[in-house]
Design a protein around this ligand. Structure first.
Ligand SMILES: Cc1cc2nc3c(=O)[nH]c(=O)nc-3n(C[C@H](O)[C@H](O)[C@H](O)COP(=O)(O)OP(=O)(O)OC[C@H]3O[C@@H](n4cnc5c(N)ncnc54)[C@H](O)[C@@H]3O)c2cc1C
Length: 410
């Protein structure tokens, strides 16, 4: 039996959040015994994308969550839908070789495109907006580091332009040593997006049920899932999408759960917002990130710590909020610093910046989607396609880059 971890939503994030709240879409408690083709455990953005995709492929899907879906770490996300991943291409190429690293980056670009197309095709009302990004030189990562990153991206066939300090000041009004400007990203309301996807899956027959999974056990014919309260589900495949409640079978040396803090400002004067309202993120290790919202506010986050402890994260919220406001004032003098919401959330990090998506070692019918960092939602979309293919019996060489048992040299 593979025991599953479980957490309350309060363990994943603090209370005050910027996004709309959504109704509980679960129809009620799971029956004591039920069967389905694919059982998805977890109803955050990852589980919602997987349930939508598998129901579109014609599978009989059931999704369980012990809490109302969409209110875990998904509700803490700043939802910058970026194709640039936490590990710069330079770093990823060092770890995995240029060809594999370039392939992952191109797939990430395609994933953001695919997610945008899906949102448009399903007409999901999730305030999705195409965005460009500015990757700003900061701290130890100066202009020459960005120039090397830009050159490697060019060799990989990725879009973008290198901006000097002068270009950046002239076009965007930021005072930094340089930046890489890139098209092809987006932003959205992650909670509405999750709701929309779950509604679509439900309209195709997917069952959304209240239950906590305690453990999974595979045999040749399928997987049995033990539920809290003594119930049991039986499925041909099980997909674990429980966010940062991760089973211990996963490689603990590859992944750790950290904490990130973020805030939402009051409405800004239009002159304060920058050109194209591009998504901003910094190249330094202790980076900050920023986006705007459709109603003219700034979301500003960062100040990450490499531990996760919900009480400690909540206690540090006032201090972290002050620091974030100081950094925002430095980046955008003139920004209004009134705070509409400030929060902390659990956040994943892997040694190579890539998530853990694929078969659970030793349990071929149990699939998992974990390990998300700053562009977790892009990887959740990729997870839905990768796991969908595995369930359909399709293998591709590129799946190896995300394998749960891959080796990464620290
Ligand atoms: C402050 C912050 C900023 C972020 N910014 C971005 C960003 O800009 N862009 C981006 O792409 N990503 C960002 N992320 C990361 C992104 O939010 C995550 O990758 C994403 O929310 C993970 O979603 P999930 O569905 O995997 O997990 P969750 O949303 O946590 O959902 C997991 C669900 O599983 C359920 N569950 C757990 N265990 C069990 C069990 N045993 N039985 C039944 N149900 C169970 C939980 O109740 C929960 O509802 C950010 C995260 C934080 C905290």
């Amino acid at each position: 039996l593979l025991a599953l971890a479980t957490t309350d939503h309060e363990d994943l994030r603090t209370e005050s959040l910027p996004w709309s709240s959504i109704p509980d879409l679960r129809s009620g408690p799971a029956p004591r015994a039920f069967t389905c083709d694919v059982l998805v455990v977890g109803g955050g953005i990852t589980g919602a994308l997987i349930a939508e995709h598998l129901s579109a492929l014609g599978h009989d899907v059931a999704l369980i969550d012990q809490e109302p879906p969409g209110r875990g770490s998904t509700a803490a996300s700043t939802a910058m839908l970026q194709w640039e991943i936490d590990a710069p291409l330079l770093e990823l190429a060092d770890l995995h070789g240029f060809e594999r690293a370039a392939d992952v980056y191109r797939r990430s670009l395609k994933a953001v495109e695919g997610l945008s197309e899906l949102i448009a095709a399903l007409a999901l009302p999730c305030r999705h907006r195409p965005r460009s990004t500015l990757y700003l030189a900061a701290g130890e990562a100066g202009f020459s580091e960005l120039a090397r990153e830009h050159e490697l991206r060019r060799q990989a066939g990725l879009p973008g332009e290198l901006l000097t300090a002068g270009d950046l000041r002239r076009h965007f009004g930021f005072d930094r040593p340089g930046a890489i400007w890139s098209p092809g990203s987006a932003d959205a309301d992650p909670v509405c997006l999750t709701e929309g996807l779950l509604r679509v899956a439900r309209s195709r027959g997917a069952r959304l049920l209240a239950a906590e999974a305690l453990g999974v056990d595979s045999d040749a014919g399928g997987v049995t899932v033990a539920l809290a309260g003594g119930g049991e589900a039986r499925a041909r495949h099980v997909v674990l999408a429980t966010g940062y409640a991760m089973p211990h079978v996963l490689p603990q040396d590859l992944h750790k759960v950290s904490t990130s803090w973020a805030l939402l400002t009051e409405r800004q004067d239009p002159g304060v917002l920058w050109r194209d309202e591009a998504l901003l993120w910094e190249a330094s290790a202790g980076y900050s990130y920023a986006r705007t919202t459709a109603d003219g506010r700034i979301v500003f986050g960062g100040e990450d710590e490499s531990w996760h402890d919900a009480d400690k994260a909540a206690a540090l919220l006032p201090e972290k909020t002050e620091t974030l406001l100081r950094k925002l004032a430095d980046l955008r003098p003139g920004a209004r610093l009134g705070v509409s919401a400030a929060w902390a959330g659990a956040f994943g990090e892997t040694l190579d910046g890539l998530p853990l998506i694929g078969r659970v070692p030793g349990q071929p019918r149990v699939l998992a989607a974990y390990g998300y960092g700053g562009n977790g939602i892009t990887f959740s979309f990729m997870a839905s396609r990768l796991l969908g293919a595995l369930i359909q019996g399709e293998e591709r060489p590129w799946f190896e880059a995300f394998a749960l048992d891959r080796r990464v040299q620290a």
